[in-house]
Design a protein around this ligand. Structure first.
Ligand code: V47
Length: 373
């Protein structure tokens, strides 16, 4: 009986998808609670195509940098952050960041620097502006996608400036867009359990709304697979959808699967998310976020084989070449830290899709048509 009810509910969602009707909270819950993974994938792929999606799958040639791992917030999910006193603490100067990035550019023609870091209380706002200005001067044709909304909020505390003033100064120095981190799960209950020292989610929205108003596009994320309920996941996605209706500035959504190693949750017995949950998150995100064009299957987090499957569950982007990744690897990721373009192309083609290298703003850089070699 429960299965029939579940199927009837899914049938009603199929109808809505075919009519391009918006799904609601209850629909989201039905999808989250369904164990019919293949049907979820089919539904999500159908929704993607009905909204204009094609066989193209995007990736960007990028370089990951972390300016500091020193952080004042003790988020319980984080294995990356340290205090200033710990032996492995680092805070790079703007000159060191430039030297590193320029040396890396000799090795790969990345078009984007993706940079996030801890909320370091021992630097001032000028430090962040300097990094952006120096990187922009050294590599003017590279898009700087830097600093989560939490870091922007931290800069308002360091400087006494408003979020708008901080973003204006960073944009003038060369900032191109914001990554989507810091969102975690918006529900107050979850926030209190996993990140009690972090700012209220209202600030995350305020930062993104302000950025969009200034013409700075952003990304959005959700960190799932810890203490959150399905209701809280759906609520998170619908809050993002509402924001996107208002401002339209989100380029992509990236579901981030919780990695427990070296966190307090590991000691409490938490394990990695099952692949079925990762695929479900991709599918439900695609179905609910009808106004965000791109959903990323982040290979760093799920590995390339599952990312390939995710391309049939509503994802249309595999993020990028990355080169160095520290946040997920500190928490137990066993994926590579870099993929060459050739490998991303092979993986996308093997999934039956057309690889397209994009820039940060989803302009095409290069495409690979034709049959798999
Ligand atoms: O906010 C931290 C997450 C985020 C863990 O915008 C963890 O394209 C899982 O912003 N397990 C920072 N997740 C990374 C980030 C990001 C990553 C990829 C793509 C984009 C984008 C942005 O990483 C944090 C937090 O949500 N995180 N620790 C962990 N143990």
């Amino acid at each position: 009986m429960a299965v029939a009810t579940g199927q009837r509910a899914l049938d009603a969602i199929w109808e809505k998808v075919e009519l391009n009707e918006r799904l609601d909270f209850e629909d989201g819950l039905v999808l989250m609670e369904s164990d019919d993974l293949l049907q979820l994938g089919e539904l999500a792929d159908e929704a993607r195509r009905r909204r204009g999606g094609t066989d193209e799958v995007y990736f960007v040639q990028n370089l990951y940098l972390n300016q500091t791992n020193v952080c004042r917030v003790k988020c319980k999910f984080c294995a990356f952050a340290v205090t200033q006193k710990q032996g492995d603490a680092y805070t790079y100067t703007p000159a060191e960041m430039v030297e590193d990035a320029v040396a890396q550019r000799e090795l790969s023609r990345f078009t984007e620097i993706h940079m996030v870091g801890g909320e370091n209380p021992h630097v001032d706002f000028e430090y962040y502006v300097d990094i952006i200005r120096s990187l922009h001067e050294a590599l003017p044709d590279v898009h700087l996608k830097c600093f989560t909304a939490s870091e922007i909020h931290h800069m308002t505390k360091l400087s006494g400036l408003s979020h708008e003033e901080v973003l204006v100064q960073l944009k003038e120095a060369g900032l191109g867009s914001l990554p989507g981190g810091g969102a975690e799960v918006f529900a107050d209950r979850v926030r209190r359990l996993i990140a009690p020292g972090k700012e209220h989610p209202d600030f995350w929205f305020h930062t993104h709304r302000t950025a969009h108003g200034l013409g700075i596009p952003t990304h959005c994320t959700m960190l799932y697979g810890h203490v959150e309920t399905y209701e809280e996941r759906v609520d998170h996605l619908l809050r993002l959808r509402e924001q996107q209706d208002e401002t339209g500035g989100f380029l992509a959504f990236i579901p981030l699967a919780f990695h427990p190693e070296n966190t307090v949750f590991e000691r409490r017995g938490w394990t990695f998310t099952p692949g079925s949950d990762d695929l479900k998150m991709i599918a439900v995100s695609r179905l609910l976020l009808d106004n965000i064009a791109n959903v990323k299957a982040y290979w760093i987090m799920m590995g390339l084989p599952l990312a390939q499957v995710a391309l049939h569950f509503g994802a249309n982007d595999v993020q990028g070449t990355v080169v160095r990744e520290q946040i997920f690897h500190a928490a137990g990721a066993v994926t590579e830290t870099e993929q060459k373009i050739d490998e991303l192309v092979r993986v996308v083609r093997a999934a039956g899709r057309i690889p397209v290298q994009r820039d940060t703003l989803y302009n095409e850089v290069q495409r690979w048509n034709g049959a798999v070699a």
